[in-house]
Ligand binder design. Structure first.
Ligand SMILES: NC(=O)C1=CN([C@@H]2O[C@H](COP(=O)(O)OP(=O)(O)OC[C@H]3O[C@@H](n4cnc5c(N)ncnc54)[C@H](OP(=O)(O)O)[C@@H]3O)[C@@H](O)[C@H]2O)[C@@H](O)CC1
Ligand SMILES: [K+]
Length: 510
């Protein structure tokens, strides 16, 4: 993606392309393997106490080749190292060279049924990026024995059995992948290191430089990024002296009925906390009275039906709209979404507003085309996503989580934030960001309402849709981390100022 900064994530085939380009530029493949093996050995040194025996389990491909290099280097510095080669001799030239260099100095491999408990560290170099089917036979048996032995495990590139692309265990059963304590990968992280369950199976991931040029990584990358401030900070609306409250945007938030008002208040407050100049809640007369008893900085306007809501939108100062949090599923809410899109407002479609289009994503897509280009961000969790896109071929069955989000974004013409502990943000132009900073305690009632408010608040300040969505997801996670366990959703907007202070004043980020 031209002009996009950020940390690229590479699928296995893109990584192979980067290897080919680097080798074609004159760096021998074996030199790359030596550098990879050196990185593995360095990590092993940190993980294995002096004197601990180390077992390196080498497959037949280049992943095994990295293992042979690491084994030789560790042995050369006096470590007690065994190699196991359960899949037989190496099948690639570079791995063959690595195996020969190891064997030249150290001789035979140990038997497959060796007692794993006698080792202090296992290095898993069975399969890496070349894994293309579920583990079976001796490889499956070994993965299960390694996991049962509960030893420290260092995975080379990815734990064997895990797809570097999807973060899924091939064959689905969790026991069909090695579960690692730590993973060393090369040149760039892969999506499988961040997506679940992969992130949990990898342990701590270190990415080491093996001499693949950043320009090469960018040239093979297809716009998939790790979600961090590097991705969007240059587009973040930093407060400035001349930006009075109207220039910082005015968010209009659609309320549910009198018994369902809390969600949209959370959203409106979050929009203000992230820097929107003004926020107004539009509600029916009964709900207005409830809101009036709670609100101070957020304003209230009476709007009974979709018609009243549309009339509010005659005021062009409402430049961003949030619809959905406890908004009440049905045609009335769908009509509000329609009005907001057709009047060209930046829009967040969350919760009930997503469900109001259940099974009809084409209708939403047609509206967005007619709407003329203002950013539309939808923020479904898995259930809402399935409700909206479940009947469309090529979305639910698109593959990895980012492929589902991307297919949905392209179909709808909207930014899709597919939520979870591994939230994915996808844009119709093909960009994807994968987020990993959400702590477990962020899964609490109302947390999604806060996220929709953060997105809406950033859109109101003119941030582009993809960057606004990615920033909101990251700030949401950082706010939850700042607060810590025991968090309830009301705490989240109150943590946003501390996160912004670190972001904008360049203090260390959580
Ligand atoms: N490229 C480079 O320059 C660099 C690469 N590096 C390293 O190379 C690694 C990738 O190496 P790789 O491509 O040789 O694949 P690898 O993961 O070793 O698998 C080997 C073969 O196993 C097979 N197979 C697959 N699944 C199977 C299963 N379930 N059960 C049984 N067999 C199965 C399949 O072959 P098939 O049987 O399909 O013919 C596959 O080709 C990468 O992760 C990194 O560690 C670094 O050195 C840096 C430089
Ligand atoms: K591996």
């Amino acid at each position: 993606m031209a002009g996009q900064s950020g940390e690229y994530l590479l699928r296995a085939s893109w990584m192979a392309e980067a290897d080919r380009i680097t080798i074609a530029s004159g760096v021998p493949g074996y030199e790359l393997m030596l550098r990879a093996g050196r990185g593995v050995a360095a990590a092993a040194r940190r993980m294995a106490a002096p004197g601990a025996r180390i077992l390196v389990i080498c497959g037949a491909g280049n992943n095994g080749g990295d293992g042979y290099v690491a084994a030789r280097l560790l042995q050369a510095e006096g470590r007690d190292v065994d190699v196991m080669a359960p899949l037989g001799p190496a099948t690639t030239a570079d791995a063959g060279q690595a195996a020969a260099d190891w064997a030249h100095a150290h001789g035979a491999a140990v038997a497959v049924d060796v007692d794993l408990a006698s080792y202090g560290l296992v290095i898993d170099a069975l399969f890496g990026a070349g894994l293309n089917r579920p583990l079976e036979g001796v490889a499956l048996d070994l993965a299960q024995r390694i996991n049962a032995a509960a030893l420290p495990v260092l995975a080379v590139d990815v734990p064997s059995g895990l797809s570097a692309d999807s973060g899924q265990v091939l064959g689905a059963a969790m026991g069909a992948s090695v579960s690692a304590t730590a993973t060393v990968t090369f040149a760039a992280r892969k999506p499988g290191h961040l997506l679940l369950p992969g992130r949990a199976l990898c342990g701590a991931v270190t990415c080491i430089d093996i001499g693949i040029a950043p320009g090469t990584i960018a040239s093979v990358g297809r716009g998939m990024f790790y979600n961090s401030p590097d991705l969007w900070l240059t587009r973040f609306p930093a407060p400035s002296l001349e930006a009075h409250k109207y220039r910082r945007g005015h968010v209009l938030c659609g309320s549910g009925g009198p018994l369902s008002t809390g969600a949209i208040r959370l959203a409106a407050r979050s929009a203000l906390r992230v820097g929107a100049g003004l926020a107004t809640i539009a509600a029916g007369p009964d709900a207005c009275r409830v809101h009036a008893a709670h609100l101070t900085a957020v304003m209230i306007r009476e709007a009974e039906g979709a018609g009243d809501f549309a009339r509010l939108l005659d005021d062009v100062r409402f430049n961003a709209v949030i619809l959905g949090p406890a908004g009440g599923v049905g045609p009335e809410l769908a009509a509000r979404v329609e009005e907001a899109i057709l009047r060209g407002r930046a829009l967040v479609i969350d919760a009930d507003a997503i469900s109001s289009f259940a099974g009809a994503p084409e209708r939403m897509a047609a509206l967005i085309v007619a709407g003329g280009g203002a950013p539309v961000v939808m923020t479904p969790h898995d259930g809402e996503f399935a409700r909206l896109f479940g009947k469309v071929a090529g979305v639910m069955d698109a593959g990895a989580k980012y492929e589902r989000a991307l297919a949905a974004a392209r179909l709808a013409g909207a930014i899709v934030v597919l939520k979870g502990a591994d939230t994915v943000i996808a844009a119709p132009d093909g960009r994807v960001a994968i987020n990993d900073n959400a702590p477990p305690w962020l899964g609490t009632a109302g947390s999604g309402d806060v996220l929709s408010g953060l997105v809406g608040g950033l859109l109101a300040q003119g941030m582009p849709g993809f960057e606004a969505a990615a920033a909101a997801v990251w700030i949401h996670g950082a706010a939850a981390r700042t607060f810590g366990p025991g968090l309830i959703s009301e705490d989240l907007p109150e943590q946003v100022p501390a996160v912004l202070r670190r972001l904008l004043q360049q203090e260390p980020l959580a």
